[in-house]
Design a protein around this ligand. Structure first.
Ligand SMILES: Nc1ncnc2c1ncn2[C@@H]1O[C@H](COP(=O)(O)OP(=O)(O)O)[C@@H](O)[C@H]1O
Ligand SMILES: [Mg+2]
Length: 240
């Protein structure tokens, strides 16, 4: 069976004023695939995810999602269309409870009361810690719990394409592993995933395909295991 493209980027360009942060970016992503993007600080990873989620307007090129041109589409419309970003630093509302944060995530779909309860329950099964903390303010959660909440808030809107920006940042290795297990399961259930990580070793272990981004340009685009074994990648990104 032929694989189907869910996302097609053609010469996508993202700039801050006159400074180009992501240039001539070409990429085709198949439905259900798992892409890791690795690259040093300042390479343009966050900018790219903002460009895909619609938080940042492109300054050139085009974005096609599910065969529709969404280049000029705003973030809220892209979210209802199925693109959801779990931002760098998690972006949860610390003065709202866990439950209220999940409700915010559900706004992209117009759930009735029953389906909303079902969707919340699904997240609490996936992340049992969030059930214990359900009525607590999100700001009182540990870093790992906040990351779980950020992911749960994204999943409750049933995304087709999940964008994750450095989910391991600031977390203990054991918590990172738990979160990465969940990310892998989400992908196995059919959600297309783009994972941006400084923790290149872990990202390359769970992704299928991988891109190296350097100064806003793709310098490698191959399968993840190949990069994991590549000497120059090991040296630059894995500290081996
Ligand atoms: N709001 C901004 N204004 C101007 N330049 C920015 C802004 N955000 C990021 N940049 C620049 O864009 C480039 C890419 O940044 P970023 O996408 O955050 O990289 P990464 O996520 O890979 O660390 C960097 O050179 C950074 O300094
Ligand atoms: Mg970043």
């Amino acid at each position: 069976m032929e694989e189907k493209a869910i996302l097609e980027l053609n010469n996508l360009r993202l700039s801050y004023g006159g400074i180009v942060a992501v240039r001539d970016f070409n990429l085709t992503l198949n439905k259900g695939s798992f892409l890791a993007i690795i690259g040093a600080n300042g390479a343009g990873k966050t900018t790219l995810l903002k460009g895909l989620s619609g938080l940042k307007k492109s300054s050139g090129g085009s974005i096609k999602f599910k065969n529709q041109d969404i280049t000029a589409t705003k973030a809220d419309v892209r979210a209802s269309n199925g693109i959801t970003l779990v931002p760098e630093g998690r972006g949860i509302f610390s003065r709202l409870t866990v439950m209220e944060n999940l409700l915010v995530g559900s706004f992209v779909r117009k759930y009735d009361k029953n389906s909303l309860e079902e969707k919340v329950e699904e997240q609490l099964i996936l992340f049992p810690k969030l059930r214990e903390r359900f009525n607590q303010l999100a700001g009182t959660l540990s870093g790992g719990e906040q990351q779980m909440l950020a992911i749960a808030r994204a999943l409750i809107g049933v995304p087709d394409l999940l964008l994750l920006d450095e989910p391991s940042m600031g977390l203990a290795p054991i918590i990172t592993e738990q979160i990465f297990d969940v990310i892998r399961d989400i992908n196995r259930e059919g959600v297309t995933v783009i994972l941006v990580e400084q923790n290149a070793g872990l990202a390359l272990k769970i992704a299928q395909n991988a891109i190296v981004l350097e100064s806003g340009e793709i310098t490698r685009n191959t399968n993840a295991t190949e990069l994991l074994e590549d000497d120059s990648v090991k040296k630059a990104y894995l500290g081996i």
